[in-house]
Design a protein around this ligand. Structure first.
Ligand code: GRF
Length: 206
């Protein structure tokens, strides 16, 4: 049975499109049930709709007045995902810290992609951080989402060499190419039930 995905985005959604392509080309045994954005103007919402995928803007504003507003928003997002039958949550450029309230609804069923070789350069502007540090190699990582930002067990990584002439833009573009390969591959391992957690190490079952 195809793995039921819910994809959370905030922006252009190129990883979302790479996932949809992989599904269409038979490289990923999954189905995207719903795309959710915390930003009304996320281009990825339109891209998803063009492909016939249900895409929802969940406005954080009405939650801002409530006590525990971040958790309340996350419970609403989690409930929406559950209502769509989502089994696995895919963070793809979701620029919002996910609270334990949502993580608990999808324990070890939530993945993120980050544009560095974690644990190096977590947080914002990872490509800029790598350049400013003078790193010679960076890349991208797919990991399980846990409460610490960009700290969860690593599922897979791809390395990208840094050239002397690189700018944030050129490096980001080369890393993004790798992201588009890596994320569908990681999700396919998930879909095949081949990811096994041992401590904080992810074993890929043959
Ligand atoms: C990617 O670089 C991803 O690693 C980071 O945010 C960016 C999202 O890009 N988490 P897109 O919206 O998938 O094009």
């Amino acid at each position: 049975m195809a793995l039921a995905l819910g994809v959370l985005i905030s922006g252009r959604g190129s990883n979302l499109l790479a996932i949809l392509d992989a599904i269409q080309e038979g490289r990923l045994d999954a189905i995207v049930k719903v795309v959710v954005s915390n930003k009304a103007n996320a281009v990825g919402l339109e891209r998803a709709k063009e492909r016939g995928i249900q895409a929802v803007f969940m406005d954080p504003k009405p939650f801002a007045q409530k006590e525990n507003s971040r958790e309340a928003y996350d419970v609403a997002v989690g409930t929406l995902l559950q209502e769509h039958g989502v089994e696995c949550v895919v963070l793809a450029g979701y620029m919002r810290i996910v609270t334990p309230a949502l993580i608990r609804m999808f324990t070890w069923k939530m993945l993120n992609i980050h544009p560095s070789l974690l644990p190096a350069f977590p947080g914002l502007d990872a490509q800029r951080q790598a350049l400013e540090w003078g790193a010679k190699v960076s890349g991208c990582s797919v990991h399980f989402v846990t409460e610490g930002v960009d700290e969860g067990p690593i599922i897979c990584q791809a390395a990208v060499a840094i050239n002397e002439e690189d700018t944030v833009e050129t490096l980001s573009a080369r890393i993004l190419e790798q992201e588009h390969q890596l994320y569908p591959q990681a999700l396919q391992l998930m879909a095949q039930g081949r990811l096994q957690l041992e401590g904080r190490t992810v074993q890929v079952l043959q």
